[in-house]
Each structure stands twice: as structure tokens, then as C-alpha cells.
Design a protein around this ligand. Structure first.
Ligand code: SAM
Length: 157
């Protein structure tokens, strides 16, 4: 199984970028994990929040293959412990999911069409984080999950 983290817009905060890169480096040992970035909208200032969501939504849907299993990162989604998340990833791998795509929305969240395409929603907390910050929290959780699956001493219950 391959995991893709699909993002809207580049990370502009270099300290976050550096930390994300560190986890991506660590993940290479465990799984095929790629980050795919949809470019930010060019004329965003002239668009309403809803128009931005719609346009970003079209770009997100265009980046997906019909065979992808798609999970949206969404504060209103299902919550898991790190051990439960590890077990979820393991099950997806065993179920021969070809590509599992986790999507982080833009500053205003997802369009209705993106919600309709998704196979599930994952919340990392009931609190809302910036679309930049959530990337780091997510890659650390995937790394943690991999070490749990392998029985390595990174996670402690
Ligand atoms: C600033 S938030 C969007 C906030 C708000 N839900 C909205 O719709 O306007 C940007 C993105 O970060 C991600 N995100 C923020 N907090 C999250 C959380 N607690 N769990 C999972 N994803 C989160 C989601 O992908 C969200 O679309």
C-alpha cells in the first residue's frame, strides 16, 4: 500500500517544513509515503470563501484516482488512539488498498463534492489547527503508527 498526503498549498512556514521533512525521512524505512501539493489558487483574494472551497475541491478531485481510498482530515471526523490508528493502517494494507490518500483542506475546509467522494474522515482533535500545522501532526502520527506496527520503542502506552 502507498500512502499519499494531499495538501492544498505549499507550507510557507519553514520551521514546520523542516519538521515535516524529518518525519518524511524517517518514514522511508517503513512505507511508500508521498506528499502531493495542489498549488494555491491564484486569484484567491477576489473569491468568496465558498468559491475558494469549490475551486480547491475541483483540484482535489482531479488529483484522485477512482481506485483511491480517500480519508479527509477533518476535526469533525472519527477519532482514534495512536494504537487504533496503527491498526487501521495495518488493516488497510492487509485489505490490499492500493493507495490510501489523506487530504488536508485549505483554510476554509472542504467542498460538498469532496465530502461526497471521501471514504472516511479522520480527526486528530476536536480543536481546529491551521492547514499548515496539521501536516506535521499527521506525519508524526503515521511515523508513530509504523513504529507501533513494527513493535519499535517509540510509542509508550
Ligand atoms: C483551518 S482548517 C479548516 C477549518 C474549518 N473546518 C473550516 O471548514 O473552515 C484547515 C484544514 O486543516 C485540517 N484540520 C484542522 N484541524 C484538524 C483536526 N483537528 N483534525 C483533522 N484535521 C484538521 C482539515 O483538513 C481542515 O480542512
Amino acid at each position: 500500500m502507498k500512502i499519499t498526503l494531499l495538501l492544498v498549498g505549499k507550507t510557507t512556514e519553514s520551521h514546520l517544513n523542516q519538521a515535516v521533512e524529518e518525519y518524511l525521512k524517517r518514514l522511508k524505512r517503513y512505507i511508500s509515503f508521498e506528499v502531493s501539493v495542489i498549488p494555491e489558487l491564484k486569484n484567491a483574494k477576489n473569491l468568496t470563501f465558498d468559491q475558494q472551497k469549490e475551486k480547491e475541491g475541483v483540484a482535489i478531485l482531479n488529483a484522485l484516482d477512482s481506485s483511491d481510498e480517500v480519508i479527509l482530515l477533518d476535526e469533525k471526523g472519527s477519532q482514534y488512539s495512536s494504537v487504533e490508528f496503527a491498526s487501521l493502517l495495518e488493516k488497510k494494507g492487509l485489505a490490499s488498498v492500493k493507495r490510501l490518500v489523506f487530504v488536508v483542506g485549505g483554510p476554509y475546509g472542504f467542498s460538498c463534492d469532496v465530502y461526497a467522494r471521501a471514504n472516511g474522515k479522520l480527526s486528530l482533535s476536536r480543536m481546529t489547527f491551521s492547514h499548515q500545522m496539521i501536516r506535521l501532526l499527521f506525519v508524526e502520527q503515521v511515523y508513530r503508527a509504523m513504529t507501533i506496527i513494527k513493535g519499535e520503542p517509540y510509542h509508550h502506552e
